[in-house]
Design a protein around this ligand. Structure first.
Ligand code: IPE
Ligand code: IPE
Ligand code: MG
Length: 254
């Protein structure tokens, strides 16, 4: 039986988030420039997005560029921006053909105009697609996002539109960049690093984390299936006991 056949289609994560890491090292290990790794990484994005859409995953978030990545050497930053702009230009028709809706989270205003305009156009063109939602985290960091939320909430309070005692979890959620999406249930990070690197700190509170040594340019559909199968073998307890969860799933079946 192939890995794909082993996946239980009734127990799919609704939302998968991926930290696409290891492009630079993948290229350097081959004696190539880091940018070559980023170019190869685009092929993995295509495969994984296609794999998720075929399975029926509803939301896929890809961490493409962090707030901290702006501090990389200028040629790498520019190379990444150009790659991004070029990829979006090429892929927008494929997104529409596959009924995929593109969304962005992050401080998009910081992007160079040639990249920003193409991305915003792609978001607009795919707005009415009703299949998978592909969310690209760009110039994104969780601390940036939380700061924005806190500032907007403080403003609402100052203007008298909101009382401090009215602030609850829902208020915070509505002010996050991810307000239109459910929390990720599975978070995958490639390349062997076991950290979150400022990605969806609030939203990943109860996500299942999956770390693999595979570098992002080597990550394909089979690796995705492997991660989903691993996810499906876990018991998600949300603070309860294992016995409670078993009892609940037994009653759910009736
Ligand atoms: C991930 O690969 C892509 C981005 C952060 C843009 P890296 O560029 O971080 O590759 P490594 O981790 O240095 O190998
Ligand atoms: C995280 O990878 C950001 C993205 C994948 C876009 P990094 O390579 O920037 O993370 P660190 O620096 O190893 O934590
Ligand atoms: Mg890295």
């Amino acid at each position: 039986m192939s890995q794909l056949e082993k996946i239980d289609k009734n127990q799919l994560p609704l939302h998968i988030a991926i930290i696409m890491d290891g492009n630079g090292r993948w290229a350097q290990e081959k004696g190539e420039d880091r940018l070559y790794g980023h170019y190869q990484g685009v092929e993995s994005v295509r495969n994984v997005a296609e794999g998720c859409a075929e399975l029926g995953i509803r939301f896929l978030t890809l961490y493409a560029f962090s707030t901290e990545n702006w501090d990389r050497p200028e040629p790498e930053v520019t190379g990444l921006m150009e790659l991004l702009a070029e990829t979006i230009r090429q892929e927008v028709s494929t997104l529409t053909r596959n009924n995929i809706k593109l969304q962005l989270i992050g401080n998009i205003a910081m992007l160079p105009e040639y990249a920003r305009l193409g991305l915003e156009e792609a978001v607009e063109l795919t707005r009415n697609n009703s299949g998978m939602t592909l969310i690209i985290a760009l110039s994104y960091s969780s601390r940036w996002e939380l700061l924005q939320a806190v500032k907007t909430i403080a403003n609402d309070v100052q203007k008298g539109n909101l009382l401090p005692e009215q602030i609850n979890e829902d208020t915070l959620r509505r002010h996050l960049a991810t307000n239109a999406f459910p929390d990720p249930e599975l978070m995958i990070r490639t390349s062997g690093e076991c950290r979150i690197s400022n990605f969806l700190l609030y939203q990943l509170a109860y996500a299942e984390l999956y770390f693999t040594d595979t570098r992002w340019p080597d990550f394909g559909k089979e690796h995705l299936y492997e991660a989903i199968l691993n996810f499906q073998q876990r018991q998600r307890r949300f603070g309860k006991t294992g016995e409670q969860i078993q009892r609940e799933s037994a009653t759910d079946m009736h």
